[in-house]
Design a protein around this ligand. Structure first.
Ligand code: ADP
Ligand code: ADP
Length: 228
């Protein structure tokens, strides 16, 4: 599903963000990227979205090598992926329903399909009753659930979350992580970059630990830190 082959990323200012990364994430997996701030987690995710290109090596997503992908195929790639961010990135002047609907409109989905999918996606995250609310009328946890509904509405094969609970209290963070686990249980591959030690330790998923642009540990049912 996602493969990094000898990937090195150096930013134009000379920062070496990733060094010779070799990593495969298979269809149906749930994987955490953990590591200190600046270790390279976001860069790994940006490579999948083709927001950044590797300096050396190759990145494969759904069987496609991204650097040989043409400019016009990039929107198609991004449509097959769902993404959520720490800061939610909802459109403030649109309602909850419209925020989710918009993600389908830009894929030129049929109105009939939109009318079916948007309510299903809102139901999945438990927000059917808030469809008419605006983002500023919602709690942080609710806003992140809207972002999740929006990320899932096009039935992506892969969901990527970059610090999805970074702005949430512990209890709400748990709710979001449980939803991500449920999404994974239903068949979507999920990759989460996070700092949340307690959640990573409790969830017993694959943990890929990054430090200074290098994978220092890759563990099934892993922990946030090495056991001592
Ligand atoms: P993390 O997500 O683990 O915090 P990042 O992937 O964002 O780490 O960053 C890895 C390294 O690359 C850091 O040293 C960071 O400052 C640097 N970096 C990230 N984005 C850029 C950029 N656009 N230009 C230059 N350096 C960057
Ligand atoms: P996040 O980790 O929340 O996704 P970013 O990826 O934007 O945030 O930034 C991660 C790190 O990379 C931060 O430390 C930020 O200062 C650094 N960074 C981002 N863009 C640049 C840039 N253009 N030049 C230098 N450093 C950058």
């Amino acid at each position: 599903m996602v493969e990094y082959r000898s990937v090195t990323k150096k930013y134009p200012n000379g920062t070496l963000a990733l060094s010779n990364i070799n990593l495969t994430i298979n269809k149906g997996e749930f994987a955490f990227f953990v590591g200190p701030s600046g270790s390279g987690k976001s860069t790994l995710l940006k490579l999948i979205l083709k927001e950044e290109d590797p300096t050396e090596g190759e990145v494969f997503v759904n069987g496609y090598e991204l650097s040989s992908m043409t400019r016009k195929d990039i929107p198609l790639l991004r449509r097959s992926l769902g993404v959520v961010f720490q800061d939610f990135r909802l459109l403030p002047n649109k309602t909850v329903y419209e925020n989710v609907e918009f993600a389908m409109q830009i894929t030129e989905a049929l109105p009939k399909e939109i009318r079916r999918q948007v309510p299903m996606s809102l139901a999945l995250v438990g927000l059917s009753k808030k469809a008419k609310a605006y983002p500023n009328q919602l709690s942080g946890g609710e806003q992140q659930r809207v972002a999740l509904a929006r990320a899932l509405v096009n039935n992506p094969s892969l969901l990527i979350a970059d610090e999805p609970t970074g702005n949430l209290d512990p209890e709400t963070s748990w709710e979001i992580m449980k939803l991500l686990a449920e999404v994974n249980y239903r068949g979507t591959t999920v990759i989460v970059a996070t700092h949340e030690k307690s959640i990573v330790d409790a969830m017993k998923k694959r943990v890929i630990a990054i430090d200074k642009g290098v994978i220092i540990r890759d563990q099934e049912k892993g922990q946030y830190e090495d056991e001592v």
